[in-house]
Design a protein. Structure first.
Length: 304
């Protein structure tokens, strides 16, 4: 498949749709991003690459890191994990509080903020140096030793993190947070602050396109069965209350972040990352979703 040619063609078609939406201004540092940025990078499991635009520029991956924290927690806890967090699409915004009280402090899934906070709590219980151990894991998964947190973004989010503080307090009241709230929040904000380029992001997610095994190092990151389940969760819950729409239009498991990044994988084929900072009203990259919609239409490949 001539991915470079297809990406170029799709990008020409994309011009007709404009660059609509708004950046995630609720995190001060994210509102400073140049909204005309646009990058795409595709990596195949055979290590072929196709790239377009600002694919080598770092951006804040935000919630996309929730898939990697889920991977590590699932690896450590196994099926016990699902006593603390569900696997159902929430159908609500990423930072919504409404379901949590009804569900007695058990988040619907690990990819909404409440679920990711529980995953952070679990990791803190198990890891001796959570921040160091987590960044070491993400470097191992990606094979890229320079991936790091961005202190500036973590601090910026911490200064306005009222909704996340509300979520974690509510869960603590139900007994679903075991560690100190401030320690969990600090870990969570750091996770969200990780920066990557599209190229690095597509490389990081390749193990999920390859049944849990990094295709380059041949290292087993997670078992085949767990990799299947993580992909299923991305398919159902990766795009907040737009997960059905993404599935309908793109037909691949993926995850978005409010930094404007999206990563999607095609099992046994490739991992693709797109970055465009302006978000639609659901908090997903407007151009990123349009691009992937046109891309899978053009390639005629999806998991369905
Ligand atoms: N750090 C963001 C928050 O907690 C992540 C949101 C996202 O990317 O979905 O609000």
């Amino acid at each position: 498949m001539k991915y470079n040619k297809i990406i170029k063609k799709v990008n020409n078609e994309l011009v007709a749709f404009g660059n609509l939406g708004n950046v995630a201004s609720y995190i001060p540092e994210l509102s400073a991003v140049n909204t005309s940025k646009f990058g795409v990078h595709l990596t195949t499991i055979a290590n072929q690459h196709a790239s377009f635009g600002d694919a080598d520029e770092k951006f804040s991956i935000q919630s996309i890191s929730k898939v990697i924290s889920l991977t590590l927690a699932y690896k450590i806890e196994g099926e016990n994990l699902w006593d603390r967090v569900g696997v159902e699409p929430s159908g609500t915004p990423f930072n919504s509080l409404v379901q949590l009280e009804h569900d007695l402090g058990i988040p619907r899934n690990p990819l909404i903020n409440a679920g990711a906070l529980v995953i952070c709590d679990i990791l803190i219980t198990h890891l001796s140096s959570p921040k160091e151990d987590f960044i070491a894991f993400i470097r191992q998964v990606s094979g890229i030793p320079t991936i790091d947190y961005c202190n500036r973004i973590a601090e910026s989010e911490k200064s306005v993190g009222y909704k996340n503080a509300a979520l974690i307090n509510l869960m603590k009241s139900f007994g679903n947070i075991k560690n100190d709230i401030d320690v969990v929040l600090d870990f969570y904000f750091n996770l969200c602050s990780i920066e990557m380029t599209c190229k690095e992001l597509s490389q990081t997610f390749l193990f999920l396109a390859n049944y849990g095994v990094c295709p380059f190092s041949k290292e087993i990151i997670i078992s085949r069965s767990k990799s299947k389940r993580i992909n299923a969760i991305m398919q159902l819950c990766g795009f907040y209350d737009e997960a059905g729409e993404f599935s309908f239009k793109v037909g691949l498991p993926g995850k978005s972040g409010v930094g404007g990044g999206i990563v999607a994988i095609h099992p046994n084929k490739y991992s693709i990352a797109v970055w465009s900072p302006k978000l639609n009203e659901k908090g997903n990259s407007y151009k990123g979703i349009k691009f992937l919609d046109l891309f899978t239409t053009e390639t005629k490949f999806s998991i369905f």
